[in-house]
Design a binder for this molecule. Structure first.
Ligand SMILES: NC(=O)c1ccc[n+]([C@@H]2O[C@H](COP(=O)([O-])OP(=O)(O)OC[C@H]3O[C@@H](n4cnc5c(N)ncnc54)[C@H](O)[C@@H]3O)[C@@H](O)[C@H]2O)c1
Length: 423
């Protein structure tokens, strides 16, 4: 896809395992991007990162590798940093990078503490540097079509939304030590909604969170934890040290959020049982409902069924094309890139656009803080027997009267048709 900006932007990359190396390869396909420095604390991964940059078409510059990101921040002259490390390291690296004068974007994951979210907000406010969560699902074709439909009023007034991270990751989680992968220790030690942002990002944008609306409280309930241990028993011998391990994170964690304007949201975290992948999307308003599972939709006045007794589901397929977001129409014409059906390239393009000209990103530090905070708040609620927990207002009151959002191709706060005039 053709990018809007042709200027050069110097971006460092920290964290080069499966996700980081994939994102680095995509980042290098965006015009104007130069990656002079990469970092991973595992030497082989750092070296692999250097190779990825060197083998990118048009790379005619030096690439330096670091095992310590602080050294990278000290020695390199960069515009921005992309961070793809682990859930518990993203924020501290991001805060250090902002203090070093860089705009930052980091991969998804939940926060370990509310303080961590405040630190991101305050560091971004004090340094004037942006902090963008790389929530690729905000740019998924389905989610963007649903957003476009909402903006055209098809669902009416929004009432209830649902989402989930429902992904069978038993092998990836369980073998975390063998593969040096970050998820395992979280499931061993924490109990809550560990991965809320894929589903919550698009939902929060639909609900205008931080811009006229906000989450005021949540409650979480965790089921028992048996899936990971069951997988170990089926796939490992009795001498495997986790053979009888009792994992902490419940297999299915359900979280309910309440909004200032009365809407409700249900999130489901479900990664340790056998099941097909789903983000469990549901958007329901006074005029209709979309359900990701079953690929179904019902819109009053458009779908078949005049009376409640003959309301019938329709396939979402036609709606997805008819109401395609103009960004996706343009992207499809120009050629969708690999990476989770194309959304990875879009979120990276949004980051690059903002980093190149130091512009407000479409997912800002307040979005990042709110979406990530669900994890630690849900842990608190589970620990308190599903007690409701108050949601902090990371905008400190500004949600009722914010500066206008920046309109543009990658904007997630409106569909900016004026930028797609030729579509
Ligand atoms: N958006 C998506 O679709 C998507 C998909 C996969 C993974 N992710 C997210 O991307 C992140 C990375 O995922 P992964 O599967 O590659 O994880 P991983 O645990 O395999 O890799 C993390 C890497 O970061 C490195 N690292 C950790 N702390 C570091 C530090 N202080 N300095 C330098 N390097 C450090 C580790 O050595 C490791 O190589 C996670 O947050 C994950 O949830 C997102």
């Amino acid at each position: 896809m053709e990018t809007v900006h042709k200027k050069q932007v110097r971006i460092g990359c920290v964290g080069l395992s499966g996700r980081g190396s994939g994102m680095l390869g995509l980042l290098l396909q965006i015009e104007g991007v130069v990656v002079p420095a990469v970092c991973d604390k595992v030497p082989g991964r750092m070296e692999h990162g250097i190779e990825i940059v060197k083998s990118a078409p048009g790379c005619n510059y030096d690439v330096r590798g670091y095992l310590d990101y602080k050294e990278l921040l000290e020695k390199e002259k960069l515009d921005a940093l992309m961070i793809c490390t682990t859930w518990i390291t993203h924020s501290r690296i991001a805060a250090d990078a902002m203090r070093a004068g860089l705009n930052v974007a980091f991969e998804v994951g939940g926060a370990a503490s509310v303080e961590e979210c405040w630190e991101l907000v305050r560091t971004s406010e004090q340094t004037g540097k942006f902090c963008m969560l790389l929530e690729n699902c905000c740019y998924a074709k389905e989610e963007m079509a649903v957003y476009n439909m909402h903006k055209q009023g098809l669902f009416g007034e929004l009432i209830h939304l649902q989402g989930g991270y429902q992904h069978d990751l038993r092998e990836e989680i369980t073998l975390g030590r063998e593969t040096i992968h970050g998820r395992l220790f979280n499931f061993m030690n924490r109990n809550g909604e560990l991965y809320p942002t894929h589903q919550l990002g698009p939902i929060a944008k639909l609900l205008n969170i931080n811009r006229g609306n906000r989450f005021v409280s949540l409650t979480s309930m965790a089921s028992k934890a048996a899936g990971l241990n069951d997988w170990i028993k089926k796939n490992k011998g009795r001498d495997y040290d986790l053979y009888n391990y009792s994992f902490t994170c419940g297999d299915v964690v359900t979280t309910m959020l309440k909004c200032a304007h009365g809407e409700t949201v249900v999130l489901i975290h479900d990664c340790s049982l056998p099941r097909p992948y789903s983000r469990n999307g549901r958007v329901q308003g006074t005029n209709g409902i979309w359900m990701e599972d079953g690929n179904r939709i019902f819109i009053e006045g458009l779908s078949k069924g005049e009376h409640e007794w003959d309301h019938a589901w329709e396939s979402f397929d036609e709606y997805k094309e008819k109401y395609a977001h103009p960004l996706w129409s343009k992207y499809t014409k120009e050629g969708v890139k690999a990476g989770h059906g194309g959304m990875d390239y879009l979120v990276l393009s949004a980051f690059v656009e903002s980093a190149t000209d130091n512009l407000h990103p479409p997912i800002d530090v307040y979005d990042t803080a709110v979406w990530m905070a669900v994890t630690c708040l849900s842990e608190q609620s589970v620990a308190l027997g599903s007690m409701p927990v108050a949601f902090p207002d990371f905008t400190n009151g500004m949600w009722i009267d914010r500066e206008p959002f920046r309109r543009g191709v990658y904007c997630l706060d409106d569909v900016c048709h004026e930028f797609f005039a030729e579509e």
